[in-house]
Design a protein around this ligand. Structure first.
Ligand code: PEP
Ligand code: MN
Length: 290
């Protein structure tokens, strides 16, 4: 039997994924997810969570189990990081997304997170897709570094065929001949995916560009191209980060990105609720009447 649960024709309208606590992905509001590449400890996590929430993020990211190219690089704090994410969620109200690397950890990660990330390196780990597909947890499925759009959609089908329809696709840059960037952001994948599937599509400009200076322009391009949201790496002190510091925005850098993102979101028919709230005066600003 041939089924195609992910296809545009399989649903009469675009799918909106309810993550938790009113956070929806694929609705008219642009969804911004932000946080550190890796959870390094309570202080940096809480500081980042509070800052990104203040700037308008509606979900917190943070790696507990890290897929690292070298076995000698920091592999994540594991269960301790999951517990810190739960504390950060309680302190800020931000639902949490974190990566699950291993079929043996699905239950553990699902018990702590609101959304499971399947990373680029695991997009075609079919055993992991099957295990996550047997949960009903929202899933952030990242495109593999060398995966075609069609392969990404088949990976989504692996999840959906097990009964988990709560899938969000994520374009995060692919390997090309170009070496000026860590990966090449495939902006075209956004409208292609939106045409081929009813699933929400978000973009990760951090792993695409690989450098902090590229994150804002790539994020703006992604939103202009129709992405339903972005996921961005943010760290209070990127130079000291245990992973992906080069591509992490500072807290101020993230606030600046959010300011620049709002008019672009509105220009393509998205709501940018963070920019309509009253904002505190910029640091150092003097009241006019003083
Ligand atoms: C990450 O989100 O930190 C990560 C490792 O992402 P990717 O799987 O896209 O490389
Ligand atoms: Mn990272």
């Amino acid at each position: 039997m041939l089924t195609n649960l992910r296809a545009r024709a399989a649903a009469s309208a675009r799918t909106v994924i309810d993550v938790a606590d009113g956070v929806r992905i694929g609705d008219v509001e642009l969804t911004v997810i932000a946080g550190p590449c890796s959870v390094e400890g309570p202080q940096m996590l809480l500081e980042t969570a509070r800052a990104v929430k203040g700037a308008g993020a509606v979900m917190l990211r943070g790696g507990a189990f890290k897929p690292r190219t070298s076995p000698y690089s920091f592999q994540g704090l594991g269960t301790e990081a999951l517990e810190l994410l739960v504390i950060a969620r309680a302190a800020t109200g931000l639902p949490v997304v974190t990566e699950v690397l291993d079929t043996r950890h699905v239950e553990l990660v699902a018990a702590h997170a609101d959304m499971l990330q399947i990373g680029a390196r695991n997009m075609q780990n079919f055993a992991l897709l099957a295990e996550v597909g047997c949960t009903r947890m929202p899933v952030l499925l990242k495109r593999g570094q060398s995966a075609s759009v069609s392969e990404l959609l088949f990976a989504a089908e692996h999840l959906m065929s097990r009964g988990n329809l709560n899938v969000v696709l994520c374009e995060r840059g692919i390997r090309t001949f170009e070496t000026a960037t860590r990966n090449t952001l495939d902006v075209s994948a956004v409208p292609v995916l939106k045409a081929e599937t009813h699933l929400p599509v978000i973009v990760d400009p951090s792993h695409a560009g690989g450098r902090a200076a590229l994150v804002a322009p790539l994020a703006l391009a992604a939103v202009a191209a129709g992405a339903d949201g972005i996921i961005v790496e943010v760290h209070p002190d990127p130079a000291a980060a245990w992973s992906d510091g080069e591509q992490s925005l500072t807290l101020d850098g993230f606030e600046d990105l959010m300011r620049r993102l709002a008019p672009v979101a509105r220009a393509v028919g998205r709501d940018a609720p963070w920019s309509t709230r009253s904002v505190a005066p910029a640091r150092g600003a003097m009241p006019c009447s003083a």
